[in-house]
Design a protein around this ligand. Structure first.
Ligand code: ATP
Length: 361
């Protein structure tokens, strides 16, 4: 196992670009702690696979270093780094049986037969592959093949880390849930450093102890699922995590507090001090779960027009208009929903202030 450190890392495919924004991976300093279960989360094209391939050695970074337990491995091949990597599409030897596929990485390292059999049996059981150990891989369905691929990643006990690149993409949704739970159990048992790439927030939040969120080639926040939900450090995290994501209202700081753009409404008096002296646009963020919508006037309530209410089974989603701005409010499934207009309250402990996309208060 290893602590994996990325120091001053940057990567561009092809010639070195002049502009920072043209790098696939912008300046990154980051450490994956030994034994951690990490999800690397972000939308398509944000640089997750590039980051993973730099860790495994498949891609050599344009700038910066990769260190395993303090040792510089930037120039080492994937084999010399001792990393297990599981790709989005299964890599399986069709001519071998399921058991032989699982045993392959161990045979390659010359482990004693009894030990190989024991490890294969253990991994097969975890991944529910035991009944098909003697079957040939060729005729198997895509999800069984992907389980073999995952198993090959897990079978070695001497790897520095196991990297998964969207490994459950080809797997049926109901099986996905079980496999994710199995992976979590496997992690709890063996405490290997796991990095799990996904663009699916549910997958990331259920699997990982720590979620690393990437946006446009940069790590924008690392935290527990709860930290990401309650304290998004960047507006992108607020927007990307949650369903629907955080509401953002453009505001300007003045003596009275934060004035909602295009209106006389003053919000976030408690946050106004943080806004002083900042030029440019500020945004007040609040999650749909934390907004209160009342049928009758309440203290600090703002009159708002209701434009839509969607019944989504286990909750209702209201859209309300405050001046020219629309906000989403998540309501309990049996909450009373006001007709046409209601009173909106933004609990001060739940509002967050952003400048240039970054959390300032
Ligand atoms: P996805 O979830 O779609 O795989 P990702 O977050 O893993 O996306 P990367 O695959 O790392 O993102 O891509 C980051 C950027 O680098 C993208 O703009 C992509 O087009 C570019 N890129 C990735 N691989 C190459 C390559 N081999 N050659 C040139 N550009 C590449």
């Amino acid at each position: 196992m290893a602590r994996i450190e990325l120091r001053d890392l940057a990567h561009a495919y092809g010639p070195r670009p002049e502009r920072e924004e043209d790098y696939a991976l912008k300046r990154a300093d980051f450490a994956w702690e030994d034994g951690g279960a990490y999800a690397l989360l972000g939308p398509s094209g944000c640089g997750k696979t590039t980051m993973l391939n730099i860790i495994s050695g498949l891609v050599r970074p344009s700038e910066g270093k990769v260190l395993f337990d303090g040792k510089d491995v930037t120039g080492l091949s994937p084999a010399a780094r001792n990393i297990a990597q599981v790709f989005q599409f299964p890599v399986v030897y069709d001519t071998m049986s399921v058991g032989e596929n699982l045993a392959f990485p161990l045979k390659n390292r010359g482990l004693p037969r009894a030990e190989i059999e024991e490890r294969v049996r253990e991994v097969a059981q975890m991944l529910e592959l035991s009944p098909m150990l003697h079957q040939r891989a060729a005729g198997l369905a895509a999800d069984a093949k992907q389980k073999i691929s995952v198993g090959r990643g897990l079978v070695r006990s001497d790897v520095a880390a196991i990297l998964f690149d969207e490994p459950l993409t080809v797997i049926d949704p109901h099986l996905k849930w079980r496999l994710r739970r199995n992976l979590k159990e496997i992690h709890a048992r063996f405490r290997r450093t796991l990095v799990y790439v996904t663009h699916d927030q549910n997958e990331a939040l259920t699997f990982a102890d720590k979620v690393v969120v990437m946006h446009e080639g940069q790590i924008v926040q690392t935290g527990t699922p709860q930290e990401l939900f309650e304290e998004p450090a960047h507006r992108f995290v607020g927007f990307f995590i949650g369903s629907p994501g955080m509401n953002f209202l453009p505001v300007e700081g003045d003596e009275a507090g934060l004035r909602l753009e295009g209106t006389d409404i003053v919000l976030g008096r408690e946050l106004a001090a943080q806004a002083r002296g900042r030029s440019g646009r500020l945004e007040l963020g609040i999650r749909p779960e934390f907004l209160e919508l009342h049928e009758a006037p309440v203290a600090d309530g703002l009159e708002a027009a209701l434009t839509e209410v969607q019944d989504l089974g286990n909750f209702k989603l209201a859209t309300v208009r405050l001046g020219p701005h629309l906000l989403k409010v998540k309501l309990h499934e049996d909450a009373a929903v006001p007709q046409a207009r209601g009173w909106l309250r933004l609990p001060p402990t739940r509002t967050r202030l952003y400048a240039g996309g970054r959390l300032i208060g």
